[in-house]
Design a protein around this ligand. Structure first.
Ligand code: PLP
Length: 387
C-alpha cells in the first residue's frame, strides 16, 4: 500500500518556498517565528549606496543604460577584479543583469545546445538544475554526501562525459560554506570544460584570507557575481557575468533582445557599492562572524553536528539527529512546533537529505532563541519522524 500523501499547511511547508510562505503565514497569525531559513540577510543596504541611487533619480537617470550595463558600472567591476584578485578584465566582457539568476540563465541559453551536460554541486543551490534545464541542458549532480559534502575537482571530473559543456562551481558555497583555494580552483580549470564559477558570496569569507576568483586560473572561465549577498542588496536585482572573449558577442547580442538592460538608477548605486566595497563588506563580515560563532556554540550545546565547519557565506548545513525522519518533514515539524524556520536539506539535492540548513539571516539573540527552542523540542517525543 502506498504511504499517505502529506496534505495541508504542513505538506506545503515541505519545500523551500513552502517553508518561507508558511513562516510568513504563522507570523501573520502573531506567532513568534525565528527566521533561520532565508537566503538573504536582515541587514539594510549601506546608506552611501542608497543615497547614490536617490541622487541618480534626482538627476533623471531614468532612461535605458547601455544594454550590457552602465559603462561606469562595468568599469567599476573591472577595477574591483583588478584590486581584489589582480586580474585584468576588459569591461566589454562584463554583462550586467537582473541578479545573478538572470545572468546565469542567459549564460546557459547562450552556451548550451539541447542535451549538453553541466556538472553541478550536490548539495548545491536549488535553482541550478532549473537554470540549466531551461536552456535545454542536462544538469548532472556531483553527489558529495559520500565525500565529506565537499564539491572537489576530483568529484567533478568523475562526472565528466563527452557531452559535458560546463562545470558549475560555487565558493563560498550554498549550503555548505566551503571555500576553494588556488590549488583546487586550478584543478577545476584543468579538467577541460568551461568552468562557470558562481562567486556571489565572495567578500563574505570569515577569515581574512584573500579570496580567489576562477579568472586567476583560466581565461576559459566565467565568473558570476552579484550585489545581492555581499552588499546586502537582494532587492536591487543586480548581478553580472564576466565571460571569455569568444562568448562575448553572442551573449551581449542575446542580452540586447532578451533583457534590453537593467535599472539605470540601481546601477548607479552599485557603482558606489564597489567604490566602497572594502568598508561595506567588512561591516557585513564582522556581523556574520559574530553570528556564526553564536550559531556554532548553540549547535554544539544542542548536540547538533554541522556536516562541515563553514568558512564563508552565511549558511551551515547540519546533520539531523537520529530518528527524525526525512528533512522536509522534519523542517515542517520544527516550524509547526517551535516556530523556527529552517530549510530542508533535500532542497539542495539528494546529497542534502538527512540535513537541515541554518542561515545567519537573523541577529545573534534570535539565533540563540531559535536553537534553545529546537533543543527543547528535540527532547520531546514530537521530534521523532518517519523516514
Ligand atoms: C549560490 C547562489 N547563487 C545565486 C543566487 C541568486 O542570487 P541573485 O539572483 O540575487 O544574484 C543565490 C541566491 O540565494 C545563491 O545562493
Amino acid at each position: 500500500m502506498s504511504s499517505p500523501q502529506p496534505c495541508g499547511a504542513t505538506a506545503q511547508a515541505r519545500t523551500c518556498m513552502g517553508i518561507v510562505d508558511e513562516a510568513a503565514r504563522l507570523e501573520r497569525l502573531g506567532k513568534p517565528v525565528v527566521h533561520l531559513e532565508k537566503g538573504e540577510l536582515d541587514l539594510d543596504t549601506h546608506d552611501l549606496v542608497k543615497e547614490r541611487a536617490v541622487q541618480a533619480l534626482r538627476e533623471n537617470r531614468t532612461r535605458y543604460s547601455h544594454s550590457s550595463g552602465l559603462p561606469e558600472l562595468r568599469q567599476a567591476i573591472s577595477d574591483h577584479y583588478g584590486r581584489v584578485y589582480g586580474v585584468d578584465v576588459d569591461p566589454a566582457r562584463v554583462v550586467v543583469n537582473s541578479g545573478s539568476s538572470a545572468a546565469m540563465l542567459e549564460l546557459f541559453l547562450a552556451l548550451l545546445e539541447p542535451g549538453d551536460e553541466v556538472v553541478i554541486p550536490d548539495p548545491g543551490y536549488p535553482a541550478y538544475p532549473s537554470l540549466v534545464e531551461a536552456a535545454r541542458g542536462k544538469a548532472v549532480r556531483a553527489a558529495a554526501a559520500g565525500h565529506g559534502y565537499l564539491h572537489t575537482a576530483e568529484l567533478a571530473a568523475s562526472c565528466v562525459t563527452p557531452a559535458t559543456r560546463a562545470l558549475l562551481i560555487n565558493f563560498p558555497s550554498n549550503p555548505v560554506g566551503s571555500l576553494a583555494g588556488p590549488d583546487e580552483l586550478r584543478a577545476f580549470a584543468g579538467i577541460g570544460p568551461l568552468v562557470v564559477a558562481d562567486e556571489v558570496y565572495h567578500g563574505l569569507a570569515f577569515a581574512d584570507e584573500r579570496p580567489h576568483t576562477i579568472l586567476e586560473f583560466s581565461d576559459n572561465a566565467v565568473s558570476v557575481g552579484s550585489f545581492s549577498k555581499s552588499f546586502a542588496m537582494t532587492g536591487w536585482r543586480l548581478g553580472y557575468v564576466i565571460v571569455p572573449e569568444w562568448l562575448r558577442s553572442r551573449l551581449t547580442r542575446m542580452h540586447e533582445y532578451l533583457f534590453v538592460g537593467t535599472s539605470t538608477f540601481a546601477q548607479w548605486g552599485a557603482v558606489t557599492a564597489l567604490e566602497n566595497a572594502e568598508t561595506i563588506q567588512k561591516q557585513i563580515r564582522d556581523e556574520l562572524r559574530g553570528r556564526q560563532e553564536c550559531l556554532r556554540e548553540e549547535l554544539a550545546r544542542g548536540g547538533l553536528r554541522p556536516v562541515y565547519e563553514p568558512r564563508g557565506g552565511f549558511y551551515t548545513l547540519v546533520h539531523q539527529p537520529e530518528g527524525t525522519g526525512g528533512s522536509a518533514a522534519f523542517a515542517a515539524r520544527l516550524l509547526e512546533h517551535t516556530h523556527v524556520a529552517l530549510t530542508p536539506g533535500s532542497e539542495f539535492g539528494p546529497s542534502g537529505e538527512g540535513c537541515v540548513r541554518f542561515s545567519l539571516s537573523a541577529p545573534r539573540e534570535r539565533i540563540r532563541e531559535g536553537l534553545r527552542r529546537i533543543t527543547t523540542f528535540l527532547h520531546s517525543s514530537s521530534a521523532e519522524g518517519t523516514p
